[in-house]
Design a protein around this ligand. Structure first.
Ligand code: ZN
Length: 153
């Protein structure tokens, strides 16, 4: 746990924090391959979904509702693709996973930020796992400001 990067985030890492409660943190992901992609991270060093207690599950449900509601309302997402993969942790001989989930909003219509249009080319299909980040830096800052305000933190 001492070497866990999720347990030792720097202020810089936490720059894109959108929301936090007692159990979960929500970040705008570094990778904006799908506009509005977020990461929900357990605040406890917990290895898997199976290890969550009922209070954490209940809180997660609320967080998922908030995230989806926000992405649908602010960006017009049609659906959100959630994934809990954890594969990177298992590239080492002594895996010490820290539970987090990715949320990729999916869009049937282009998203427009500051006049720039972003299209979800794979809409209706599985997300592309190695898609290049497409969101421009200035648009990412605008998106973060809008989402942060919507989360009310
Ligand atoms: Zn951790």
């Amino acid at each position: 746990m001492n070497n866990c990067s999720w347990c030792n985030l720097t202020d810089e890492d936490r720059k894109y924090l959108l929301y936090e409660n007692q159990y979960w943190s929500v970040y705008l992901a570094d990778e904006q391959d799908y506009v509005g992609r977020c990461i929900v991270v357990s605040r406890r060093h917990c290895a898997s979904l199976a290890e969550l207690d009922s209070t954490e599950w209940e809180s997660l449900r609320t967080v998922i509702q908030m995230v989806e509601g926000c992405l649908k309302e602010v960006l017009g997402a049609d659906v959100c693709n959630w994934s809990c993969l954890m594969n990177d942790f298992y590239k080492t001989s002594e895996p010490d996973p820290h539970l987090h989930m990715h949320c990729r909003p999916r869009f049937g219509k282009p998203v427009i930020i500051n006049g720039n249009e972003y299209t979800d080319e794979e809409f209706g299909h599985h997300y592309a796992p190695r898609k290049k980040t497409q969101l421009q830096d200035a648009d990412r800052e605008s998106l973060f400001a809008i989402l942060k305000q919507r989360f009310g933190t």
